[in-house]
Design a protein around this ligand. Structure first.
Ligand SMILES: [Zn+2]
Length: 536
């Protein structure tokens, strides 16, 4: 039975990989057949030894079904969105919520489950199994395990050159081998999390203090950080996109109080990887190499005495707001903004005054930092991310199975969601303008998105093979006139930095600079405001 299961998993369960190999430019005629044949044999023997080692009669049937479910779902997502399965993709799966899952469901997925799990599952479940005493069973299973191991070496040895160059030239293929991609990712992720959980959270910025304590709440700054979701720079009007998707922000820029940064790279390609990295003092490289849990930006701001609030209209803050005040929109039922358990981003602005009033007045007198985490352009149901009144680009793709739609319709839906982000951020700026105190806003997207370029959809590619569309993100800063006056910021100076290469690494230090928090942690060379105040 294990041999049959292995045959099913290696041949049917790896369709995306066989299609990808067949379509490679160097796959032609007889050579393509040879490459495919040897790959299937190698994978078959690898799956055999995995099953012979892990699957014993006691849990034979449920384990078989689990394997069918794992390879079917990973094949479905690979074929539908061209994603690959790696540890960060599994982390995304673990941290998903009901709303995200609902967006991904489609008829095609039901069909895939029917042919990939239901039909073979029924056959599998109905097979009679004869009980065998432990000793002969162990001998037989371990003997076959050794045989499969030998088979694998022979097949690899026979086609080594061919396979080695294939894996070297097409790194994505390594993440496509079912079920090893999922097994590897789960093991890797659990080992990482276990070692992180074993370590205590280290405090950072214990020396943090405010450079100047305001005399009254009227002088106390109010700073808003909008964490954008899935907005890529390529479709952002301010970055020179052929469509004007940011009309209102462009107007604010023309008034001279807003600077758009045109060359910003994200830390990761998914919310799960980017968010903790953006709020970390370590920066991308050190963050990726560390399994030590540290406090983040918001802890430092709070320790310096500021009131800190996180408002979430997404799937949570991934740990970065754990020790500050937070408020989530999920339970809200405001008819004009919320539908089916999901709200448009303006709900956060509507609730902001009420939530600010709830913060500690002693801290509020020194200043307030608010983070608003957007629903933004979260896919694949882009058409759900903008209200009817905002939509300018029609028709929109109305399906979650993106490759069923013409590219123009996918882009229309996506661009409408960017229009809505423009509307939301501009409305927030207008609200801040109306406050009689120094105010400022920063906007930064967590990662980009693929809209069908090179056959890719959505995001979450391993970073080193991710296309620029997934890592080039928009960032902007807006400072109110009272804020500019109080700190002596020179907008022209800030504007002169607008085209320098930057990244998520700049956020931590720029937010410290903007909030006037002094600590030994801060690196002025990463603070976009550092060189532009009156004294410099
Ligand atoms: Zn995201």
């Amino acid at each position: 039975m294990l041999m049959v299961l292995a045959a099913w998993l290696s041949v049917a369960g790896n369709l995306p990989m066989w299609i990808a190999v067949w379509q490679l430019p160097e796959s032609q005629g007889l050579k393509a057949v040879m490459t495919l044949g040897s790959l299937i044999l190698v994978l078959y023997s690898m799956i055999c030894w995995l099953l012979l080692l892990l699957v014993w009669p006691r849990w034979l049937k449920p384990a078989g079904i689990v394997f069918m479910m794992v390879v079917t779902s990973s094949s479905y997502f690979m074929l539908t969105y061209n994603v690959v399965i790696d540890p960060s993709m599994i982390a995304n799966v673990v941290h998903t919520d009901a709303r995200e899952v609902r967006d991904l469901l489609s008829w095609r997925m039901l069909v895939a489950v029917f042919f990939g799990v239901f039909l073979p599952g029924v056959w599998w479940w109905r097979q009679p199994v004869k009980a065998v005493r432990f000793k002969p069973l162990a001998l037989r299973q371990l003997g076959l395990f050794v045989l499969a191991w030998v088979m694998m070496f022979v097949f690899v040895w026979l086609s080594f050159q061919d396979l080695a160059s294939l894996m070297r030239n097409h790194t994505t293929l390594r993440y496509m081998a079912n079920p090893f991609n999922s097994v590897y990712a789960v093991v890797r992720l659990s080992v990482g999390q276990a070692s992180q959980a074993a370590k205590p959270l280290l405090p950072i910025g214990e020396d943090a203090k405010l450079l100047a304590v305001p005399d009254s709440e009227k002088d106390a700054p109010l700073i808003v950080l909008v964490v954008g979701e899935t907005v890529r720079a390529a479709n952002f009007g301010l970055s020179g996109y052929t469509r004007q998707t940011t009309p209102q922000l462009s107007q604010l820029k023309a008034q001279g109080d807003l600077v758009y940064f045109s060359d910003v790279s994200s830390c990761g390609t998914s919310t799960q990887t980017s968010l903790p990295c953006m709020f970390s003092h370590l920066g991308k490289t050190a963050y990726e190499n560390s399994d030590q849990p540290y406090e983040g930006l918001l802890d430092v701001l709070q320790r310096a005495g500021l009131a800190v609030l996180w408002i979430d209209n997404q799937s949570g803050c991934k740990g970065v707001c754990d020790r500050v005040s937070k408020w989530e929109t999920q339970a809200l039922k405001v008819p004009e903004l919320c539908q089916d358990g999901e709200c448009f981003d303006e709900i956060m602005l509507q609730e902001l005054p009420k939530q600010l009033a709830l913060l500690d007045p002693v801290k509020r007198a020194k200043g307030t930092v608010v983070v608003m985490h957007q629903m933004g352009s979260h896919g694949p149901a882009y058409y759900k991310r903008s209200p009817q009144a905002i939509k300018q680009f029609k028709p929109e793709c109305q399906s979650s199975a993106l490759q069923n739609c013409p590219v123009e319709q996918i882009v229309n839906g996506y661009d409408n969601s960017v229009l809505y982000a423009d509307h939301f951020v501009s409305q927030t700026v207008k609200w801040l303008q109306a406050q009689a105190r120094p105010t400022a806003l920063m906007y930064l997207s967590d990662h980009g998105e693929s809209l069908g370029e090179k056959g890719l959809y959505l995001h979450g590619m391993p970073y080193r093979m991710a296309p620029r569309e997934q890592t080039h993100v928009p960032m902007l800063a807006w400072l109110s006139k009272p804020m500019q006056a109080q700190r002596g910021w020179r907008m022209a100076c800030l504007q002169s930095q607008a085209d320098k290469p930057m990244s998520h690494d700049n956020l931590f230090h720029s937010m410290l600079g903007l909030s006037q928090v002094a600590t030994g942690l801060s690196k002025p060379q990463l603070d976009i405001f550092a060189g532009c105040s009156a004294g410099r």
